[in-house]
Design a protein around this ligand. Structure first.
Ligand code: ADP
Length: 190
């Protein structure tokens, strides 16, 4: 099984690269952001709770996203593998993911981190906000809050995978195809 964690700050291009990786490797895409937005659009209780935090640029509780991922793993038992996009975002989530995969006799193959500087991120997110309609993309103060949450709570997740010798970082600035080729080169070594 190929189980890839695609890592990087908001606006790093994880969604774009995930789509290309799915096409090439036939993986299932698990984006906690997309799953949460799905809950919001269905008007579920979970969605209503999550929306308040998301609109402020804050993370939703670990237990909520871990539960969603666990359900999706169970629902896709015959998958060739998974791309985890926007998850794990805390060390507690990374530990929970290892436990979930272990119970299915599987494991994370590796993490690929897309490196993009903060100014470029803010520029990309504001641009995306014009089409995405996402409330959290529209306001520079919220975007900066998301980047701060990332720097405080999510960057330690890279260390978690470094300790397991599963971490590779690549330049996230360049053409979509250049970045894709760099990710594929990493995957081919797993
Ligand atoms: P981006 O990476 O561009 O910020 P996402 O769609 O991945 O966008 O996430 C949007 C929001 O959803 C986050 O700011 C956060 O509030 C919430 N979220 C998504 N994934 C997680 C997660 N794994 N843990 C906690 N909150 C999450």
């Amino acid at each position: 099984m190929l189980n890839l964690v695609l890592f990087g700050p908001p606006g790093a291009g994880k969604g774009t690269q995930s789509q290309k990786l799915i096409d090439k490797y036939g993986l299932i895409h698990l984006s906690t952001g997309d799953l949460l937005r799905g809950e919001i659009s269905q008007g579920t209780e979970l969605g209503l709770e999550a929306k308040k935090l998301m609109d402020e640029g804050l993370l939703v509780p670990d237990a909520v996203v871990i539960g969603m991922i666990s359900n999706k793993l169970d629902a896709n038992k015959d998958a060739k593998g998974f791309i985890f996009d926007g998850f794990p975002r805390t060390v507690a989530q990374a530990e929970a993911l290892d436990t979930l995969l272990e119970s299915k006799s599987s494991a994370i193959s590796g993490m690929v981190a897309l490196e993009v500087d903060d100014d470029e991120l803010e520029r990309r997110l504001l641009l995306r906000g014009k089409d995405s309609g996402r409330p959290d993309d529209a306001d520079p103060a919220i975007i900066r809050k998301r980047i701060k949450e990332y720097n405080d709570k999510t960057t330690p997740v890279a260390g978690y995978y470094k300790n397991q010798d599963k971490f590779t970082s690549i330049n996230g600035i360049g053409s979509i195809d250049e970045i894709f080729s760099a990710i594929v080169a990493v995957i081919e070594k797993y």
